[in-house]
Ligand binder design. Structure first.
Ligand SMILES: *Cc1c(COP(=O)(O)O)cnc(C)c1O
Length: 327
């Protein structure tokens, strides 16, 4: 099957102190090479009438400020994977995403900063013959090799057999799953929950793959996840990720369904108005695919009395608006 299992880094020469980072000299760097992240990320209270009317407090957990290029939850999920990739000695990192994937963008940026070659397997072979959209163009400019596959192939992204084929093609790559959500990523997000302990009574986050929620809920206060995709599959995903990472479900979490506005990257005038207003009132730029839906959902839950009375509610700002594609 695989002539592709990454080989372990060589042991230190006799007498040399073992490198505490496990990174071979001159080999690929771990996340330290990205520069110092801003952690713990700032927690900022904002005054929102819908919350104040109910005696609730709204706190913004500013993960968007962690790193200028590998920001938000992508830093928390990628950093442990970059460490593992460096330790594995694999010469390149391969991952998966859609045409507008923030995860692909963050991975490409990290790869450029670390000198680690990256390969992005992109859903949609029809894209191969078109001019790249701004997001993918940015990935390529950061040195990511883009590999377009059919939707049928993309659905096989978790199958060992297909991963083996990809390793045949690209060599002994370190593979990070779609959205960056694997056990290392979930463990990386535990710290997000821990940073909120004692400071918030409820922690809320928008969900794509659910990896951030899975980790945050394990380490922090009771959690609410707001799915931005349709489909109702997310609870099982989060449970699966927690079982993989911790051996069992962890923490107290639930999903607030019904705020996806039709699905991934779908929007509505009402949501746009809400996000524009929020930005103006608080001077905080609101990313529209995830963060706008989170803040909208929390406001609705506050109004319907679905948050614990008197609670301090932390909303995780998981990313900043995309400078290429707008808010
Ligand atoms: C990727 C992303 C998410 C989703 O995180 P998951 O761990 O996949 O649920 C949320 N917010 C922003 C801004 C993102 O880029």
């Amino acid at each position: 099957m695989t002539r592709s299992a990454p080989s372990a880094p060589p042991p230190p020469p006799d007498g040399a102190a073992p490198d505490p980072t496990g990174v071979p000299d001159g080999g690929p760097a771990g996340p330290e090479g990205l520069g110092r992240p801003r952690l713990p990320s700032p927690l900022q209270e904002v005054r929102e009438p819908a919350f104040e009317r109910r005696g609730l407090r709204l706190l913004l957990k500013r993960d968007d400020l962690i790193h200028p290029l590998v920001g938000g939850n992508k830093w928390r999920k990628l950093a442990p994977n970059l460490r593992a990739a460096a330790e594995s000695g694999a010469p390149a990192l391969l991952t998966f995403g859609g045409a507008y994937s923030n995860h692909l963008r963050a991975t490409a940026a990290a790869g450029r900063l670390l000198g680690l070659p990256t390969i992005g397997v992109v859903r949609g072979d029809e894209l191969a013959d078109r001019p790249l959209n701004p997001s993918l163009a940015h990935c390529r400019a950061d040195g990511m090799r883009l590999w377009f596959v059919t939707r049928a192939e993309y659905r096989r992204r978790r199958e060992e057999a297909w991963l083996a084929e990809l390793r045949e093609r690209f060599g002994p790559v370190y593979v990070v799953p779609e959205g960056g959500s694997n056990t290392a990523a979930v463990e990386g997000c535990v710290a997000l929950g821990e940073e909120l302990r004692g400071l918030a009574d409820v922690a809320a986050v928008a969900c794509g793959t659910g990896g951030t929620l899975a980790g945050m809920a394990a380490g922090g206060p009771p959690a609410v996840g707001v799915p931005v995709l349709r489909g109702g599959f997310l609870a099982a995903e989060v449970r699966g990720l927690q079982e993989e990472a911790f051996g069992a479900p962890r923490g107290d979490w639930r999903l607030a369904e019904g705020f996806h506005f039709g699905g991934y990257a779908r929007t509505a005038p009402e949501l746009t108005r809400f996000a524009d207003d929020f930005e103006q009132r608080h001077g905080v730029a609101v990313e529209r695919v995830y963060v706008a839906k989170l803040l909208y959902a929390l406001t609705a839950l506050a109004e319907t009395g679905d948050l614990p009375p008197g609670a301090a509610v932390a909303a995780v700002v998981t990313g900043a608006p995309d400078p290429l594609t707008g808010p």
